[in-house]
Design a protein. Structure first.
Length: 302
């Protein structure tokens, strides 16, 4: 029998153009109305046949990525193998470009990528719906990493409905150190204690702006209910947001649970200008420019 060739999957980061957070449910999760946009900042996960499940990682933040079974890519291989009654005999290499613990769903992206890479390597041809269900078992943001494009996520964020989106230009400011998503939700609970929280929903205005491709219209409707909590835990992010706005960004917001901040800009030229100003401001570690939407996890040609 010949050994199958390695399979590489490219997977995008996401930004939430709307993150509406409801009250905490009895299970501790929050109902969300989450409008996801996949952006052109990518990790690549390569699955190679091996005697046992192992993970390696390269990239600027590689030292912050766990290489044991808590890595979402490793968990994805285990979950898929268990479903099919086989051993997860695979080496997973993550070429990491998505900021770690940055609110851009980097771990979720690697989980979705590993699932698709292993499914292809092992010749399982798992139906798409089943892959999406396995993604939801791995985490709330994982189904979107597989799907890509633009989508409304409800429930914990994992129930996806695709939405129309024109192309938008973004700058991301990567902060020093991460923020824990559960800690940001706890801070949200603390800050909103005693105040009524409306049912989370994505406004029709936002969905229309997204579909129009008009960055000025989208800028007027972007919102993240987790932003006050992220700013409370990391007050220095306010200076980053101000620096990007001062350089001409149309809108600025904390990406997901932070601490990456996202800046919507008019075009590629404005992106370069805002990125340069943010780097010069010394209010962030580094910047990345990207466009979205972009496709979800995709097997690269061998
Ligand atoms: P989200 O936007 O989905 O809340 P995030 O972008 O804030 O996620 P991740 O980059 O996914 O955060 O990392 C969160 C934590 O998950 C990390 O601190 C790390 O310990 C763990 N982790 C597990 N697997 C991975 C992975 N493949 N890549 C990065 N972090 C991972």
């Amino acid at each position: 029998m010949t050994t199958p060739s390695p399979v590489t999957v490219r997977v995008p980061a996401k930004v939430n153009v709307r993150l509406a957070v409801g009250a905490a449910r009895p299970d501790g999760f929050h109902d969300l109305a989450n409008v996801f946009l996949a952006v052109s900042l990518f990790d690549e996960v390569t699955a190679t046949p091996a005697d046992a499940l192992t993970v390696t990682c390269t990239g600027p933040d590689a030292d912050q990525v766990p290489l044991d079974r808590t890595n979402l890519a490793a968990r994805a291989a285990e979950v898929l193998a268990a479903r099919h009654g086989i051993e997860p005999a695979v080496h997973l290499h993550i070429a990491k470009n998505i900021p770690v613990a940055g609110g851009m769903a980097g771990g979720s992206a690697d989980g979705a990528a590993a699932l698709l890479a292993c499914d292809t390597l092992w010749g399982l041809a798992t139906p798409r719906e089943e892959l999406l269900a396995l993604c939801a078992e791995l985490g709330s943001d994982v189904p979107f990493s597989l799907a890509g494009g633009a989508a409304l996520g409800t429930g914990r964020g994992e129930l996806l409905t695709p939405v129309d989106a024109g192309t938008f230009h973004w700058v991301f400011a990567v902060a020093d150190g991460g923020l824990s998503t559960p800690a940001v939700f706890r801070e949200f609970d603390r800050l909103t204690e005693g105040t009524p929280i409306p049912e989370p929903e994505a406004s029709p205005d936002l969905l229309a702006a997204l579909a129009s491709g008009d960055p000025h219209a989208l800028a007027a409707t972007l919102a993240n209910d987790l932003q006050p909590a992220a700013l409370s835990l990391r007050p220095s992010l306010r200076a980053t947001l101000d620096a990007g706005l001062g350089a001409g960004a149309l809108a600025a917001l904390v990406s997901g649970s932070g601490p990456t901040t996202a800046f919507l800009v008019a075009d590629e030229e404005a992106a370069a200008k805002v990125a340069a100003a943010l780097e010069a401001s010394a209010t962030c570690r580094t910047t990345r420019t990207a466009t979205g939407p972009t496709p979800g996890a995709t097997v690269l040609p061998a």
